[in-house]
Design a protein around this ligand. Structure first.
Ligand SMILES: Cc1ncc(COP(=O)(O)O)c(C=O)c1O
Length: 407
């Protein structure tokens, strides 16, 4: 190390004389909060013997034929960029898939964009629709990214509460009372993370007719569409009046256990997709080719693997909801996704206190309901995307924890 002679100025000091003070970082990036789930999982990841009901990702590996098709594609040296919109073959499969399941037609040439997960789709949708100060109605509790995506696009997220007594379903009157001349869009995600709510068709029709009356866009995150255990999923864009105003977002992470492949898609009218594609072409360029190849196989031959996983989630759903109720944590039966959202107010703890004490005392990780916004207080989110034995162990520990609070 070179010694500095006393009286001599360091490089930094010398530079300081001729340089202005470094300017502050982006205000909008600095002021959005970190996800409320993160803190718990950072702690949990450093502890031993933790049973996690915290993470929102399937415990299954991606179906073998899907992995195999990706390996084969790599063996053939398919390691390039793709078109900005995504591989034409994948876009055609996506279009056929939506037509088959929901009778919605999207032109694969102009109305389908392959994205880096639904995460990117949400960001693109917000940026394509919003100008600074535009308001977006968001039913809460909701997925942690919705509000930050809107804020980062310059918009203003406006919370619309939903209530446990109404099965967390969105009410048209609650939308109306929060709509102003600045409202531009409604951002929904059903089946819901974290509540498991599935909006029935008639309620969605009300929502679409409300959007039509007010000239609003609808961003519909349907990533859990295949994970519905009671009734059926309604694709919002299939409803009368919805097509021209709706951006359908979906992907492979949940239904096909493909979180790490980072493939999603957005479907909408050409005018909207053109703008989303323009932003995507400058920021992502394209989604990863290996993931796109895998996604083609998932759409072509993935149905039976999806059905097997749904069957297992369904068993776990019944088990976890029965047991949560049995230990005194009132829990409604979620109709979709893979989350139970029990009420923990009987313990006298807030949802943060409950999650923290449960982790420290019994080493079970759950997400505090407050991480999902308004209406989350008094609840915790328990993911059942984990093996049945682990769920049983978590429930034994939770039972002991709840019991200890009564002593
Ligand atoms: C409702 C919802 N939307 C989007 C995502 C992100 O999905 P992707 O992996 O496709 O980016 C998640 C992940 O947890 C989610 O729960």
């Amino acid at each position: 190390m070179v010694q500095q002679r006393s009286g001599e100025k360091s490089n930094n000091e010398a530079a300081g004389e001729s340089e202005a003070r470094l300017k502050s970082l982006s205000h909008s990036a600095a002021t959005i909060p970190f996800s409320g789930i993160r803190r718990f999982f950072d702690i949990a990841s450093k502890m031993e013997d933790v049973v996690s009901l915290g993470v929102g990702e399937p415990d299954f590996a991606t179906p073998w034929s899907v992995r195999e098709s990706a390996i084969y594609s790599l063996e053939r040296g398919q390691t390039t960029y793709t078109s900005n919109l995504g591989l034409p073959e994948l876009r055609r499969e996506i279009s056929k898939h939506l037509e088959r399941l929901y009778k919605v037609s999207y032109d694969p040439e102009k109305e389908v964009l392959v994205t880096v997960g639904v995460s990117e789709g949400l960001d693109l949708a917000a940026r394509a629709i919003l100008d600074p100060g535009d308001e977006v109605l968001i039913p809460e509790p909701c997925y942690v990214s919705y509000k930050p995506c809107v804020s980062l696009a310059g918009g203003i997220p406006v919370s619309v509460p939903t209530y446990a007594e109404k099965k967390f379903l969105l009410d048209k009157n609650d939308l109306a009372s929060r709509t102003t001349s600045k409202t531009k869009a409604i951002l929904i995600g059903y089946p819901s993370n974290p509540t498991g709510a599935v909006m029935p068709k008639d309620k969605l029709e009300d929502l679409v007719s409300f959007a039509c009356e007010r000239g609003l866009y609808i961003i519909s995150d349907e990533i859990y569409d295949r994970l519905v255990y009671e009734g059926e999923h309604t694709c919002v864009a299939s409803l009368p009046g919805a097509y021209e105003r709706t951006i359908t977002l979906n992907g492979f992470s949940k239904s096909y256990a493909m979180t790490g492949w980072r493939i999603g898609y957005a479907c909408a009218a050409p005018s909207i997709i053109t703008l989303m594609m323009k932003i995507h072409s400058y920021t992502m360029l394209c989604a990863p080719i290996t993931g796109q190849k895998a996604a083609i196989e998932a759409l072509r031959h993935g149905d039976s693997a999806v059905a097997d996983m749904v069957e297992q989630y369904n068993q776990r759903r019944r088990l976890i909801v029965d047991q949560l109720n049995a230990i005194g944590l009132k829990c409604h039966m979620p109709e979709g996704a893979f989350y139970a959202f029990p009420n923990i107010t009987s313990t006298g703890l807030s949802s943060e206190e409950f999650a923290e004490q449960l982790l420290m005392k019994e080493r079970v990780a759950v997400a505090p309901g407050t991480a999902f916004g308004a209406g989350g207080e008094g609840h915790v989110r328990c993911s059942y995307a984990t093996g049945i034995e682990r769920i049983e162990e978590a429930l034994r520990r939770m039972g002991r924890f709840v019991e200890s609070l009564r002593e």
